[in-house]
Design a protein around this ligand. Sequence first.
Ligand code: BEZ
Ligand code: FE
Length: 277
Amino acid sequence: MSVPAQAGARERLAEVVPDAIAALHEVLERHRVTEEEWYAVLRFLTEVGRQDEFVLLSDVTRTSVLIDAMTHGGDDSGATASDVEGPLYRDDPPWRERPVKIYEDYEGMGDGDVLFVRGRVTSTDGTLLRDAVVDVWQTGPDGGYDLWDPRQPAYNFRGRFRVDESGAYEFQTMVPKPYTVPTDGPVGRYLEAIGQHPWRPAHIHFKVTADGHAPLVTQVFFPDDPYLEDDTIGAVKSALVRPLAKHDDDGEIAGRGLDRPFFTCDFDVVLRPQAKA
Ligand code: BEZ
Ligand code: FE
C-alpha cells in the first residue's frame, strides 16, 4: 500500500501530533500507568514495527475503519462505498486475460463452490468506463491467502484485468470463506489479551481505477455469514453485501465447462470523477 504525500504535511503534523500526545498523556495519568507498563508498551510497539504489523494493528483497533469513514463517508456522489484495504494486498498482481480466472487448483485444495463475479464499471453519471482496471484479491476455499499457504501458487486468488468494450467484467473464482487475521505475531497476542476474536467474514477485495476518476478500494461481502455483524476489523457496510445466486441447471453448468452447480454474484462499480489538480 502506498501512502500519498500530502500538501501541508508539516502544518498538519504540528497541529495533530501535540493533540495526540496530550490525549495519550491524559490516558496514562488517568490509569496511573507505571514505568514497567510503559516499557512493555514500547517493546510491544517495537515488535509491531519489526514484524510489519502496524496496518494490522490499525485494522483490528478499527482505526482504519474510522479513517475510511472520515475520508470517504461524506461522499454523496453515488459512487460505490469504499472500504479498508487491509495489509494483504500484493503489488503487481498478474494481469489475467479473458475469460478471467484468478486461481489454479492446488494439491490438497478443499471443497468449494465456483463463483463468477460480474458487473459494469461506470462513472456517477452512468457513463461506461471502458478503460477501467479491476484488481481483486481474496482467500480461497481453505480460508487462507496465498501468502500464508505454501500449497498455493504465488498470486493465487489474485489478479487484475481490464473491463471489456462495454465496461463489463467477469471473473471466475471460488466462494471465499471466513478467516482469521494473522494471530502469530504481536497483534495476535494483543487480540488474545483483550478478548477480541480474530475472525473476518468472507469477502473479496477490489481496487478499481479508471482515467479521470478517484480510485476505489472496497470489499464485497455475502449474506448469512456468521461474522457479518461481528467482523474483527468492523469493516462490513450493508451497501457492500451482495447475494450469491446458485445455478444448478445442467445446460448452464455444461455451458460453463463445469461439472457441478456454481454461483454468480453481481457487483456493479461506480467511480467518482476526480477534480483535475
Ligand atoms: C484482510 O481482509 O485481508 C485483512 C484485513 C485486516 C487485517 C488482516 C487482513
Ligand atoms: Fe481479506
